[in-house]
Every structure is written in C-alpha cells, then in structure tokens.
Design a protein around this ligand. Structure first.
Ligand code: NAP
Length: 549
C-alpha cells in the first residue's frame, strides 16, 4: 500500500499498517525497514521539526556521544557505513544530527514523517483489532501496529523547584536547548545537575560566562572521554573491516568491540591493577568501566579499587583540595549510577570564574527572582541551566496516553513498575511494540545496534503474522511475569540496583522503584529473542480469531 495519502486535510482517518512514533535513530530505521523492506504503509509522527530524536533536542554546547562514533551508528547498510566519514572519535551533536539527516535523505524517509506532531493518545480498539492514534495537531489515524520509537531519555524531568517561574533571568534546559545560539557572554550562569548532560555543558559554559556556579547534589564517578580527531588511517581500517567490527560489537555486552577485559580486579596485584586502570583511563570511552575487570559491577571490593582510582585522579586534576573533596563520590558503587565521560570537566573547577556549590551541605531551597537560594545564601544569576535529567525508560511511553484492552491504560498496567515481555511488548496491549523498551538491554548496550536488533525482530514478527493471516500478537501474562522475575534476578546479582538514579526511577518523586534494564547482556538477550521467534513466538498469544475492521 502506498503511503502517499497518509491523511486528508479534513482529518478523516485513513488506516496504516504501522504508525511509528519518533524520528530518531529508532523511528528512522523502523520506517526504512517496515516500509522499504516489508512493503508496509507506515506513518511516522515526530514532535520535533526535524529528524534526530535525542540528537535534535539535546543541542546544548558540549553535547556529544560517548560511544565511539564508528560503533554508535547504523550497521544495516554497508553503503552508508562506507560513505559516511566521522571527523571525531566521539561525534558532537551537530555531526550526529547531520548524519541522521543524511540517512533520512539517502533512504527518502521524510515523505512519511509528520514533523511537529506529537502523539497524545493511542487507544487499542478491540472491535477492530487496531490502534487509534490522536495527535496534538488534531489528526486521528488507525493502524494495525503501533511501534514506539520514543527513546529512553526523551521525557525531561519536570523541574520541581519552587519559584522557578518567578526567576527574572532566562531558564534553559539541556534537554530542550534553543535552536539559536545562546550568548552567555558577561553573564552569571548557574547549572543545576552534574549528570552526563551537566558534565558536558559545564566546561563549555565556563568558557563563555563571566561566572559559572555549579549546583551539585551527588558527585559522579567521571572518567575521560578521550575524544580527538578521527585518524584517517583508522577510518580506512574500520571501513575495510566493518563486517568483523560489527560482529565483534554485537558479541559484546556493551555493543563495542572491546576485548581486553580481565576476570577480576582482586586477582591482580596493586601495580598490575594500576597499570590496567591507567591504560583504560588514557584510552577513554567506556573502556575503564567495561574493558578492565569483569567483576567491577558484581563485587563491592573490586568496585572500590576502580572507585578509589577515580578519586585519586580527581585529586590530581583539581588544584583546591577542598573542592576536589566535594567532587568525589563515596556512598555508592562506581557504575551504579550511569557514569558520565568528561572532556575537561574536573579541570574546569580550577578556573577563577567557577564556583562549586555542594547541595548536600547547603540544600537548594528554591529559585528567587534574582537567582538560586540554598540554605546558606542566594546566588545571584542572569541565567539558570537545568541539567536535571529525565523521566527515563517508562516516561516517554507513559506520556503518550496509551490504552490497551478493556480501556486499561499503560499507566495502570505499570503502576508498580514496567511489565514487559523482552522489553518489546506488554500484556494487554496487542500489536504495540516498544523499541528498546524497559527491561531490554537498551541504554547499557550500544543504542543504534540495540535499535536495529529490536526493529529486525519486530519486522520478522510482523512478516510472520502477515504470512499466516494472524491479526494480533501480545505476550501472555505468565511470560511477562517470568521476564520481570528473570530481569530482576539478574539485576539483583549485580551492584547496579544499589544506586539511586534514573536506572531505578529514584530520580522522579513518586515513581515506583524498579531496575529497568536487562543486564544479562545483549548476546544472551538476542539469543532469547531469536529462540522465542524460532519457536513460533513462544509465550505470545497469536490472535487468529480476530479480524480487522
Ligand atoms: P541525570 O544523569 O539524571 O543527572 C541529573 C542531575 O541533576 C543529577 O546530578 C541530579 O542529582 C541533578 N538533579 C536532579 N534533580 C535535582 C534537584 N531537584 N535538585 C538538585 N539536583 C538535581 O541526567 P542527565 O545528565 O541528563 O543524563 C541522563 C542520561 O542521558 C545519562 O545518564 C546518559 O545515559 C544520557 N546522556 C548521554 C550523554 C552522552 O554522552 N552520550 C550525554 C548526556 C546524557 P542527583 O544525582 O543527586 O539526583
């Protein structure tokens, strides 16, 4: 079916095979795969004005990826990976946005994307075995399948600072940065939040503002990104060996071709351990976390060796020992909050125009017209930058107004935390697929590869259904419960759930606490997904008896 007549101007509903939500890495590949390889009619709704998803919204100074770009990119088209030239080891946001625009052009994707259009409700109509989707532009369409490519970190945490609206200066959020360049010259700027976004934006703003005040609640274990220009010789090597590199990446839990991890930090003597940490520190990326010792995330003592090494490095970089002490994380294991990677972060605190405020000692009371008020004083500011994070994993899906069978909302279904089969489907929500949904490896894998794995699984599933004239698929209650138990059991065998962050929902007041990422590793996960498909979608209910309206 052609997708030329997506909807008429009067807003009359027209059916699609598939509605995809989001035009980031996930939505773009889903559109290409489902439209161009399966021949389905597909309509994509995207709230932004352009493609890019997270790379469209998070355009703050310093935004860049922290997995090497030759890995953090699509693998589905060899032509694409051969023709695209990365200029830096870890591409900045503008370059990734250019890359995604290139992908949209190359595969002629824009014609089926409705930009500036947010999905506000998605209701499953049992009598038609179809989804009815409504947008903020007043359109309503129906589709047999609904594919959420809404991302894991796309719903900003709503700032809950008292008095924010009364601030007389400008407020910016890293997650919704303006399209026009913001000129901070001569300004007193405050940044609230020292997660990955804060850690990227702080060194940039310090160079532009007259004075920068950083409001830190929890210090982070931060290791160097190790960015630099892409070496042309290395780029040539990658292109000649892309097939092998992608295979090795997919065999690794993190989706990168790291291969030097050693079994135990505790088996190594102090000197050998130091040499290993030093080498991984210099190499950058996630090598320190993922390519040093494999027991860092399961053994507290092993973890502490890495944590202490990082603290020493903070001491070395920060001139004022009192400031260095404030920047050091102590009361949670390394990696139990998502560790940021830095470029010049700690050294920024050696600048005369940067002040660090420790919100643990002097809690933030609220925002007043002239600035930020803590228990100690008011910090007078011209601009406030919120780097306060996201309602992660479940937030983007819950904000879409999804209702499944019998009018049961996704919010009701997930009131005690996400319930899914494989992080891909939810019981009671037939034909709804969630790309990199909660309880899949998602953010602890390499996202473009995680997305490709999921979209390929979804496409195979739809093809299977179509070939057999099956109208609906949904996981059984039992399979969902089993997957939840399996996911929790693995998570609880690690140190990760001991942290308090968006991994567990702790960053959002009132959100049920649940560890939302599958930690069994992408290779094992992929095998489970493949086996389920090979066994005729074991654990899923296939709705032969239902007919479309
Ligand atoms: P985040 O990691 O959740 O960090 C939010 C920061 O804001 C934390 O320091 C938090 O302090 C602070 N905060 C939140 N509410 C606060 C409050 N009411 N008062 C004071 N401080 C408050 O969010 P993020 O930095 O946006 O990063 C989220 C994720 O996005 C990352 O973990 C990463 O996966 C991804 N990301 C990736 C990149 C990249 O390099 N590729 C860049 C940016 C983001 P507490 O820790 O005390 O809660």
């Amino acid at each position: 079916m052609s997708s030329a007549n997506i909807e008429d101007r009067a807003g009359v509903s027209v059916d699609f095979d598939v509605v995809v939500v989001g035009a980031g890495f996930a939505g773009l590949y889903a559109l290409h795969k489902l439209r161009d390889q399966l021949g389905l009619s597909v309509c994509v709704y995207e709230a932004g004005d352009e493609v890019g998803g997270t790379w469209y919204w998070n355009r703050y100074p310093g935004a860049r990826c922290d997995i090497e770009s030759y890995c953090y990119s699509y693998s589905f088209s060899d032509e694409l990976q051969q023709e695209w030239e990365w200029t830096e080891r870890f591409a900045g946001q503008p370059e990734i946005r250019r890359y995604l625009n290139h992908v949209a052009d190359k595969f002629d994707l824009r014609r089926d994307i409705r930009f500036g259009t947010r999905v506000v409700s998605a209701i499953y109509r049992e009598e038609r075995s179809a989804w009815e989707i409504a947008t903020d532009q007043g359109t309503r369409v129906s589709a047999q399948f609904l594919v959420a490519g809404t991302g894991n970190l796309s719903a900003p945490k709503v700032p809950d600072f008292e008095g924010l609206d009364d601030f007389s200066g400008q407020v910016y959020a890293t997650s919704r940065w303006p399209r026009e360049e913001v000129d901070f010259t001569g300004q007193r700027v405050g940044v609230i939040g020292t997660g990955s976004s804060g850690i990227q934006v702080i060194p940039e703003l310090a160079q532009r503002a007259a004075h920068l005040t950083v409001f830190q609640r929890t210090p982070n274990y931060v290791t160097p990104l190790g960015n630099g220009p892409m070496d042309p010789e290395f780029q040539r090597y990658i292109k000649q060996n892309y097939g092998t590199i992608r295979t090795r990446s997919r065999q690794h839990n993190t989706g990168v071709p790291y291969d030097r991890v050693q079994p135990s930090a505790l088996d190594a003597g102090p000197e050998e351990r130091r040499r290993t940490y030093e080498a991984r520190w210099r190499e950058g990326g996630f090598r320190f976390l993922k390519d040093a010792y494999s027991d860092l995330m399961v053994d507290k003592d092993a973890n502490e060796t890495a944590a202490e090494f990082i603290r020493e490095k903070i001491r070395e970089q920060v001139v004022d020992p009192a400031v260095a002490e404030l920047l050091m994380p102590y009361n949670y294991p390394y990696g139990a909050k998502r560790p940021p990677l830095e470029t010049n972060y700690f050294r920024t605190f050696n600048r005369d125009n940067v002040t660090l405020v420790d919100l643990r000692r002097t809690p933030l009371h609220g925002i007043v017209p002239s600035g930020v008020e803590t228990s100690a004083m008011v910090y007078e500011l011209d601009s406030i930058v919120l780097a306060t994070g996201f309602d992660a994993m479940t937030g983007p899906l819950l904000r879409m107004g999804v209702c499944g069978r019998a009018g049961r909302s996704l919010a009701q279904c997930w009131e005690n935390g996400p319930r899914t089969q494989l992080g891909l489907m939810v019981d009671g929500f037939p034909n709804l697929f969630t790309i990199t949904g909660p309880q899949s490896p998602s953010v602890l894998y390499n996202m473009p590869l995680a997305i490709e794995d999921h979209v390929n699984w979804i496409a195979d599933c739809i093809r299977y259904l179509r070939e057999r004239n099956i109208k609906t698929i949904e996981p059984s209650v039992e399979s969902v419960s089993e997957w939840g138990s399996h996911t929790n059991e693995i998570a609880n065998s690690t140190l990760l759930p001991t942290g308090h962050s968006w991994y567990t929902g702790d960053n959002i007041p009132g959100k049920p606490r649940a560890f939302m990422i599958y930690l069994g590793g992408a290779p094992r996960y992929r095998k489970i997904c493949d086996d389920i498909a090979a066994n005729g979608y074991e654990g899923f209910i296939l709705g032969r008896e239902l007919t479309t309206g």
